[in-house]
Design a binder for this molecule. Structure first.
Ligand SMILES: CC1=C(CCC(=O)O)c2cc3nc(cc4[nH]c(cc5[nH]c(cc1n2)c(C)c5CCC(=O)O)c(CCC(=O)O)c4C)C(CCC(=O)O)=C3C
Ligand SMILES: [Fe+2]
Length: 365
């Protein structure tokens, strides 16, 4: 691949979800996330409580800033200076403000790295909407923004998760659960079950994910494919794909089973221990440290199951390499480096969706 020379782009915009950075931020942040989305007040109160356990601070902004620093270092190591800007959908720094600053700095064309590996409305198209909204807010001087593609099957993404699953399995090696020792076959121990988890979405949103001609379910299919690729790289055949953090009114069906319920099922089937891998996320943000490290771990404890959680790729040096590689791939117009046969979608300009009917929101806004 060509080095990133003579870039046609002046900057990289790191576009993420955002999270509160203090107790007073929690409610306004949650209002931004759920505006017009029919999330019942009981659910919001419950989620606000999760944030309060951490003093109202989500780790997500800090983790994004760390990842950006790593990407800047990686760019510099490759002899490139591409300024990286940080903007969010739901909390400060808001993408509208960041884009205004980029325009003031003279940025005319920028690439956008969205912090989600997947397709689907929440994971892809909503970031397109963020881009379009920010450009509209900035007006005629708004930089042209080209979003980088989905990367759920990129070898660096899969490789980072595979090593994380190996490390989590190693944590359980030799741990005794209910008189049974957990560990690899060479130890004569019981195998832990690998449970891949991604953020649940409404069934209807998943059905509408991807272009209709593809048959929908682009999100859950990509999640299943990423899980399969990671499992294959680790060399395990026993694994499940389940969901977490469902929201919305109870009457609306979301992707199931929930990870916590799934632990009950595995326990009933005699599984002694689990390795939980948050394949749906790139960093240890609040829904990972609360819904998995707290709720799911607690359930496993009640059931007497061994529990280890695999790390997300944010802290792995391959994550920064991945971002820079996506930039270089795009600039060079190179063949996407990917491990699955599913399409490499999501790369569009100025917030255009992949196709007009790709990943439609499941609820009119
Ligand atoms: C697919 C998906 C991803 C992965 C793709 C990606 O990463 O973008 C994701 C990521 C995240 N979701 C997050 C937080 C929240 N998500 C919520 C609500 C919702 N998520 C949804 C989907 C997703 N969410 C959906 C369909 C809803 C219902 C409302 C709606 O239809 O839009 C709510 C509202 C309260 C509630 O849970 O009900 C919160 C607080 C955080 C930040 C955590 C932190 O602060 O550290 C992150 C990274
Ligand atoms: Fe979410």
């Amino acid at each position: 691949m060509e080095p990133v020379t003579e870039l046609a782009y002046d900057a990289l915009l790191w576009l993420s979800f955002g999270g509160p950075e203090g107790p007073d931020d929690v409610l306004p942040f949650l209002e931004n996330v759920t505006r017009g989305r029919g999330v019942p007040p009981e659910r919001l109160a419950e989620v606000a409580e999760h944030y309060r356990h951490f003093g109202g601070v989500s780790p997500i902004n800090r983790l994004n800033r760390e990842a950006i620093a790593a990407v800047e270092k990686e760019l510099a190591a490759q002899g490139r200076t591409l300024p990286v800007y940080f903007g969010n959908r739901n909390w400060h720094p808001m993408v509208e403000d960041t884009l205004a600053r980029m325009a003031a700095d003279g940025v005319r064309r920028a690439l956008v790295f969205p912090t989600s590996a997947y397709g689907g409305y929440s994971a892809c198209r909503q970031y397109d909407e963020d881009i379009a909204r920010a450009r509209a807010a900035v007006g005629p001087d708004a930089p042209e923004l080209t979003k980088l593609r989905q990367f759920f099957d990129h070898p660096l993404f899969v490789g980072a998760f595979a090593d994380a699953v190996r490390a989590a399995r190693a944590e359980l090696d030799g741990v005794e659960v209910g008189g049974v020792e957990v560990g690899g076959a060479e130890l004569g121990g019981a195998e832990p079950r690998t449970v891949f988890v991604a953020h649940s979405v409404p069934e209807a949103a998943d059905r509408a994910a991807g272009p209709p001609a593809e048959g929908g379910r682009r999100y859950s299919r990509q999640v299943a494919e990423a899980a399969r690729l990671v499992a294959a790289e680790v060399g395990i055949t026993d694994f499940d794909v389940v969901w977490q953090s469902r929201s919305g009114p109870p009457s609306v069906p979301w992707l199931e089973p929930d990870v916590v319920d799934h632990l009950d099922t595995l326990h009933a089937g005699g599984v002694p221990a689990v390795v939980v891998c948050p394949i749906g996320f790139v960093s240890d943000h609040l829904e990972v440290v609360w819904d998995l490290d707290n709720e799911a771990a607690e359930r496993a404890g009640e059931l007497g199951m061994g529990f280890a959680r695999a790390a997300t790729p944010n802290g792995d040096p391959r994550f920064a390499e991945l971002v820079v590689e996506l930039v270089r791939e795009h600039v060079a117009g190179a063949e996407p480096r990917k491990l699955s046969a599913l399409p490499a979608a999501g790369c569009t300009v100025n917030g255009a969706p992949c196709a007009p009917d790709c990943c439609l929101p499941s609820r009119p806004r």
